[in-house]
Design a protein around this ligand. Structure first.
Ligand code: S3P
Length: 176
């Protein structure tokens, strides 16, 4: 990695971006930033209220604003919202200042991890599994375009963190 380059975790909801990111930050002594939390701070409202009042498009606009602010090398570890990939300019900006790593998980693990969580407006529906499958299928091409992937199925947070650290370390040695 280049000096100051951020580590940016992307991936579908419930792939562990925030919990893994926090752990990677702690271990590498880098500040951890959750872009969902930053969007909440910027909007001054929790995510479900942003969706209620401004729709998904409104939330995406806050997300873009926050992405722009964090597209500078600050030696951070970042977690992003699952939908960040929908606007290709988001990843373009973040990758100018960071190494993008996509966390993958099966529908089954995602269902388990998101539980009955009420903080994700896109999953407030009767049939969560069907919703997850639909969203995943629609986003697949965007996630697939990312160079670095880590499969998280069956791994603990700490094991996924090991892999992220190995990946960014390998990039560093190669002088990438
Ligand atoms: C979203 C994922 C959420 C959050 C918002 C929309 C998405 O973040 O940004 O509810 O479109 O996939 P997590 O991936 O952290 O759950």
């Amino acid at each position: 990695m280049k000096v100051g380059e951020n580590i940016v975790l992307v991936g579908f909801m419930g792939t562990g971006k925030s919990s893994v990111g926090r752990e990677v930050g702690r271990r590498l002594q880098r500040r951890f930033v959750d872009l969902d939390e930053e969007a909440v701070l910027a909007a001054g409202r929790p995510i479900p209220r942003i969706f209620e009042e401004e729709g998904e498009a409104g939330f995406r606009a806050w997300e873009r604003q926050v992405v722009h602010r964090y597209s500078v090398p600050k030696n951070l570890v970042m977690a992003t919202g699952g939908g960040i990939v929908l606007d290709p300019s988001n990843l373009e900006s973040l990758s100018r200042a960071g190494l993008i790593v996509c966390l993958d998980a099966s529908v089954e693990s995602i269902l388990q991890r998101v539980g009955r969580d009420r903080n994700r407006p896109l999953l407030q529906t009767e049939d969560r599994e069907q919703r997850i499958r639909g969203l995943m299928a629609a986003r697949q091409p965007y996630y697939e375009a990312i160079e670095h992937h880590i499969s998280t199925d069956g791994l603990s947070r700490s094991e996924v963190a090991d892999r992220v650290i190995a990946l960014v370390g390998a990039g560093h040695e190669a002088g990438n």
